[in-house]
Design a protein around this ligand. Structure first.
Ligand code: ZN
Length: 320
């Protein structure tokens, strides 16, 4: 079988775009590497935050849909995404998040690593994880970040999922995507790819009494997994098709995508590593202008008129 190689990006639903930009670029110090629109709903931004080069696996993206209600927690959801920070960085981050008014939880140890849960301004649940493997892995610091390079977020570390019944999902993760069970702890099973390092794990909990969860502002919309290229994407797609209903390959311009729901209901994507965010902008100027895929370029004036203006990100001090 062919395995996926880890998280490619995670996409979530946010409130107003400017507040999202102020938090992810201003407070978390990530680089806005692409300012585009939702290709299925071009009146909505699609904002991409990543490391300096937008390497696959560092990318957290948002659809600002402030008109939606809050999400309904429950099974069939991904309730939290983790971002990797260097070992020893959590004291810095705890102080920084508190200073800007983000709700911060308590540091705990998860599968041997220190994790700090917090929420963004729109109620999305995240955690920062001190990750040795991310620290040793590839990373390009963002020189213009509001955060010094020694503390910067290194990329996606992993994600949590809640399921009504765990086994149908875990057998799918194993047989269609190449995950294996690493360990269990405090009601969570950790399923990993390869060595299970940063970007290569999912923590799953069974919640049989929960209602079915639903999307809303602050919810994770989908988890995307890395495939090397189009050929590998088709191999994994055919494994998925034995148990789920994948879409055809869709050209997202910066990568090619296949979507499907895993058996528990969480939306997954297979995304190719290339062509990447420099397909249509110089590395130096990523994210500075509104970029539209070629087939939407003719509608630019109408699309720009619908989108709220965005100004340069500034860290926001939350109202206490
Ligand atoms: Zn996606």
């Amino acid at each position: 079988m062919t395995s996926v190689h880890g998280l490619h990006h995670v996409t979530a639903i946010s409130g107003p775009a400017q507040e999202n930009l102020d938090f992810y670029a201003g407070v978390l110090g990530m680089r806005l590497v692409k300012k585009s629109v939702n290709q299925d709903d071009p009146g909505t931004y699609h904002l991409f935050y990543a490391d300096a080069t937008g390497r696959p696996g560092t990318d957290l993206t948002f659809f600002p849909w402030p008109q939606l209600a809050p999400p309904r927690p429950g099974h069939g959801t991904a309730p939290e995404v983790s971002l990797a920070v260097p070992p020893g960085a959590l004291d810095y981050w705890f102080a920084r998040l508190e200073r800007y008014g983000a709700p911060v939880g308590e540091v705990s140890t998860r599968f041997g690593e220190r994790a700090l849960p917090f929420q963004d301004p729109h109620g999305m649940h995240l955690a920062l994880v001190e990750s040795e493997s991310a620290f040793r892995g590839p990373f390009t610091p963002w020189q213009e970040s509001t955060v010094e390079s020694e503390h910067q977020i290194r990329g996606l570390d992993g994600a949590r999922m809640r399921e009504r019944e765990l086994r149908s999902t875990t057998s799918f993760l194993e047989s269609a995507l190449g995950f294996r069970l690493l360990a269990s702890e405090n009601g969570w099973e950790r399923w990993v790819l390869g060595d299970g390092g940063s970007g290569k794990w999912l923590d799953l909990a069974e919640a049989p009494a929960d209602r079915r969860g639903a999307w809303g502002v602050g919810a994770i919309h989908h988890l995307a997994f890395r495939v090397k290229d189009g050929a590998e994407q088709l191999e994994v797609r055919s494994q998925v098709a034995e148990q789920a209903s994948p879409t055809p390959v869709i050209d997202r311009f910066w990568f090619h995508s296949v979507y499907f729901k895993e058996p528990g209901g969480v939306l997954f994507e297979l995304a190719t590593d290339g062509p990447g965010f420099t397909a249509d902008e110089d590395l130096e100027h990523l994210g500075e202008k509104l970029v539209l895929p070629p087939w939407l370029e003719s509608e630019r004036p109408e699309i720009e008129a619908k989108l709220p203006a965005l100004s340069a990100p500034a860290p926001i001090v939350g109202a206490e």
